[in-house]
Design a protein. Structure first.
Length: 250
């Protein structure tokens, strides 16, 4: 047998050996994967299952609380919360209250649930500080009295910062709010709009009439914040001090 044939046969044998080895490894890996792959994704699957169970338990608690307390609202608008003593209770979802209050502010009247989405199409979509149309002049005047800066509001209702040579603490907070990626909505009004926790109906909430010393109402949802400063019709508060508190607690 000449040398070339020997080399050829050696290569063929080597190739066959490699193929057999790869098949063996693949079969072994395959049998292992039937055990290992589920383990690899076991944590993810387990977390998903735990989330499903937790959501189911939460929903069951909400339904039980609704029944026990005689509420007639749709269960989907509620979420669990804790009272000061640690007891669980149900409240209207913060995102629902935010949307309802914003829709009411835009409509300037009690909104219906079926028109909220259409009303919110008129809501600000950019980040920054946005002021309700009827409140813009007064808001700028209040801002002028507590800051060192010179601010304007553009045609879309957003606060514009001009150059501030000697910013005070409130200027710094305002500038940060304009630039930090959140949406901050301001309105000057003595009323807002809330979902009643018992009936699930949207109602007008005249918070100044109910408490003349209440300086503002506050709503929050997904990096969006809304502040409704009291009109102070009953002259019990100071709007400048109210805005200062809002900025200090930002």
């Amino acid at each position: 047998m000449n040398k070339k044939i020997i080399i050829f046969l050696s290569i063929v044998i080597l190739i066959i050996t490699i193929i057999v080895f790869l098949i063996f490894i693949n079969n072994k890996t395959g049998s292992s994967e039937s055990k290992l792959l589920p383990v690899e994704y076991e944590n993810e699957s387990q977390n998903e299952m735990e989330n499903i169970i937790e959501e189911s338990d939460t929903q069951e608690k909400i339904i039980n609380m609704i029944e026990n307390q005689g509420f007639s609202a749709n269960e989907d608008i509620y979420e669990l919360a804790q009272e000061y003593d640690g007891r669980e209770t149900i409240v209207i979802k913060a995102s629902v209250q935010y949307k309802v209050a914003l829709a009411g502010m835009i409509k300037q009247a009690v909104p219906d649930f079926n028109e909220i989405n259409n009303l919110l199409e008129k809501a600000p979509t950019h980040t920054g500080v946005w002021v309700e149309e009827n409140s813009r002049s007064e808001f700028l005047e209040i801002l002028k009295n507590i800051t060192n800066g010179n601010y304007n509001i553009d045609e879309n209702g957003f606060l514009i910062k001009n150059q501030v040579l000697f910013p005070n603490n409130y200027d710094k907070i305002i500038i940060d709010m304009i630039d930090d990626g959140g949406l901050y909505i301001f309105d000057i009004s003595s009323i807002t709009y809330l979902v009643d926790e018992v009936t699930g109906e949207i109602k007008e909430y005249p918070f100044e009439d109910m408490d003349p010393n209440q300086e503002y109402e506050y709503f929050e949802s997904d990096n969006k914040y809304m502040f409704i400063i009291s009109e102070n019709i009953q002259e019990k508060i100071n709007k400048q001090e109210a805005l200062k508190k809002i900025l200090e607690n930002k």
